[in-house]
Design a protein around this ligand. Structure first.
Ligand code: SF4
Ligand code: MSK
Length: 656
């Protein structure tokens, strides 16, 4: 078993891991040390796309290779290291885009049924956003019934997945120059499913064997995610459940309550979680919990399900990806629901060591040994109550002697949707990003960074996030964050307005103080990275910072990534013009040419590019250097120099 201090920078996680160890329960932190990553697969050199393989293409020599040596570095079919690495990378993009988009399809189907009035438990909550969305989709509004508008919006969104021709409609939201870049390169995606299917086809044996061609289609596929599936998901979820507004929340395992029925909602789709929130506030349910000896019902989230109900309802977050097993090993969780994505198969094994019931709720994601209760939106609240009742009934089975809930959880202010940022900066009547742009131009804010993505057991939990985010805000870079990264920032206490006083540079601090925002803004779940695309677009449209996303003093990062979804997100950031740095490991290192193409040549065409850096300080500095380069190109580097010299410093200079 691992040394407790080595597993995390978060004291709560360390304590919880010690408890798990004491109970003799194996977790991800133990498994990671007994499984070494395969170096051939890690660099993208292993192909198993047909039954003549798997073929492992050795890493290139550290010198100029002879043609004979080079020829030997192919698979049985002749595929080169370049083709193999590009295919593997592209398939990661396709899988990640599929995950976001299949989530989005489910949301669109539910939305359409709700719009038609077929679901008693789902409705349109944010009418204003529906109208805005309808206008963006070209739906006539006039004096039409809200219901008719919603049905048409739902039908259009659902059709985006299977569309065969034309372009994904939300591409039109991007800056005009960006749209032109995509069209000129022939990578404007047609339909979400079409690009993913084509990606899988191209990477089948004997199809696309030109790594540049493969990687361009990877860009197209990722755009179908960011400006397609993910964006559809964010928009429709907001219309159905409400657009997030600033709300206070708490994060970390300390949110569990000793005298309450504790239920953890884990996964990604917000449909069941929304119903669970309503059910948990039902007086009858609360009474039932009391009748079983509990003081109440305590919902807590994990992974992106957590982000969804935190952003909209302030429901506390139990933790991020690497904390999922530890929530159960506290011994205080009656029940955990999982739907899709990022839920470890080991959860059932861990749950079986305690009284916890693990419930799978989605037909696409079952876990052997777990109980399955299918979530059906037609009887959404009923299913939620059924699950809740199971949890309450299980309270009596909790062994309080085996319970150890860490004391601590951190406060945070969250809910920074694109609309909220707009409103907070500009006010209700002149909502705009103009004040943000002005503060970037005058140098108080040096630039903006999107720090997103998962935890990865190959690095100390939350450590890269903590170091990178602190380095960025110290250097006056405003951080927007989503997914597990957002929870990490919350656990580090970086998501309160007061955090700006302690950690931000002078310029960023002054803006945070004036507006009353934290230096790190929680923007939402993984699919809500689309909000960052919208924020970047709004910055371009408000003027003064160039005419494309690639002109902005901005950068992206995922310093602890692990999922294919993270690769898809990174790829659509890059394909939208953003410099994006990943940590931990890089999946194409076996091919220098492919890596170079992603890191350098993409910039020639897409104006955005990837980078890889394991050291989070160096990675942050690379982002800052890129931001400074963009400031210089915009001619606003001088403004920043000015604010660096306050009166005292000027006097010192004059005296010198
Ligand atoms: Fe080997 Fe080619 Fe088959 Fe891949 S597609 S497993 S490289 S023979
Ligand atoms: S949950 S994809 S571990 S961010 Fe969205 Fe976290 Fe990564 Fe899953």
């Amino acid at each position: 078993m691992a040394e407790a201090k080595a597993v995390s920078v978060d004291q709560v996680t360390i304590e919880a891991y010690e408890k798990a160890k004491g109970d003799g329960v194996e977790t991800v932190f133990d498994r990671v040390s007994r499984i070494k990553p395969c170096p051939i697969g890690a660099g993208g050199a292993c192909c198993k796309n047909c039954a003549m393989g798997p073929c492992r293409v050795p890493a290139p020599k550290n010198r100029e290779e002879t043609p004979e040596e080079k020829a030997k570095r192919t698979g049985v079919c002749g595929a080169t290291a370049e083709t193999i690495a590009a295919r593997n990378f592209a398939r990661m993009v396709a899988a990640g885009a599929s995950a976001h988009s299949d989530h989005a399809r489910g949301v669109a189907e539910t939305f359409l049924k709700a719009a038609k009035g077929e679901l008693k438990d789902f409705a349109i909550k944010d009418e204003q956003k529906l109208y805005q969305l309808a206008m963006d989709l070209g739906v006539e509004i006039d004096d039409r019934d809200l219901k008719d508008i919603a049905v048409e919006v739902g039908e259009i969104c659902l059709a985006e997945f299977g569309k065969q021709e034309g372009e994904i409609i939300f591409l039109k939201r991007a800056p005009l120059k960006r749209q032109e870049i995509w069209r000129n390169l022939g990578i404007a995606p047609r339909g979400v499913d079409r690009e993913v299917v084509e990606m899988l086809h191209r990477t089948h044996i004997g199809v696309d064997q030109d790594y540049e061609n493969i990687l361009m289609h990877a860009a197209r596929t990722s755009l179908a995610d960011g400006w397609g599936g993910s964006m559809i998901s964010t928009e429709l979820q907001d219309v159905m459940f409400g657009t997030p507004e600033p709300v206070a929340g708490r994060v970390n395992l300390g949110i569990l309550k000793k005298d309450h029925v504790n239920i953890i909602i884990h996964g990604h789709e917000p449909l069941l979680p929304e119903m669970m929130v309503i059910a948990s506030q039902d007086p009858e349910m609360l009474k039932y919990a009391e009748s079983k000896g509990a003081k109440g019902i305590n919902l807590g989230g994990l992974c992106c399900s957590a982000n969804e109900i935190l952003m909209r309802h302030g429901i506390p977050v139990a933790g991020n990806f690497l904390q999922q097993e530890l929530a159960i090993t506290t011994g205080a969780v009656e029940l955990m629901t999982v739907d899709v994505q990022c839920q470890m198969e080991s959860l059932q094994q861990v749950a079986s060591c305690y009284h916890t019931k693990l419930i799978t709720t989605d037909r696409r994601a079952r876990i052997e040994g777990a109980q399955h209760i299918q979530f059906e939106e037609e009887r959404g609240l009923e299913v939620a109550k059924e699950i809740l009742k199971m949890a309450i009934d299980n309270f009596a089975n909790r062994n309080q002697d085996r319970v150890m809930i860490p004391d601590e959880s951190k406060e945070m202010v969250v809910g920074f949707s694109h609309e909220t940022i707009n409103y907070l900066l500009g006010g209700m009547f002149r909502a705009s990003y103009r004040p943000l742009n002005d503060n970037i131009i005058n140098g108080r804010i040096r630039g903006v960074a999107g720090v997103v993505g998962c935890n990865n057991a190959r690095v100390q939990h939350n450590s890269n996030f903590m170091v990178m985010i602190k380095e960025l805000i110290k250097n006056d870079v405003l951080v927007l964050t989503t997914g597990c990264s957002a929870m990490a920032a919350g656990e580090m206490g970086l998501m309160t307005p007061e955090a700006a006083l302690e950690y931000a540079g002078d310029g960023l601090r002054s803006v945070c103080e004036a507006v009353g925002i934290p230096p790190v803004l929680h923007v939402g779940s993984c699919v809500d990275n689309s909000r960052i695309l919208m924020a970047a677009t709004a910055m371009v449209k408000d003027g003064g910072l160039g005419d494309d996303i690639s002109d902005l003093p901005a950068a992206g990062a995922a310093p602890e990534w692990m999922s294919e979804k993270a690769i898809s997100i990174g790829e659509y950031f890059v394909a939208s013009g953003v410099f994006t740095v990943f940590g931990v490991t890089w999946p194409t290192t076996n091919s220098e040419a492919v890596t170079k193409y992603l890191f350098e040549k993409y910039e020639d065409s897409l104006k955005g590019m990837w980078a890889f850096e394991q050291d989070p300080v160096k990675a942050a500095q690379m982002m800052i250097a890129h931001i400074d380069k963009k400031r210089k190109e915009l001619g606003i580097d001088k403004a920043r120099e000015r604010i660096l010299y306050d009166m005292e410093k000027r006097r010192e200079l004059d005296a010198a």
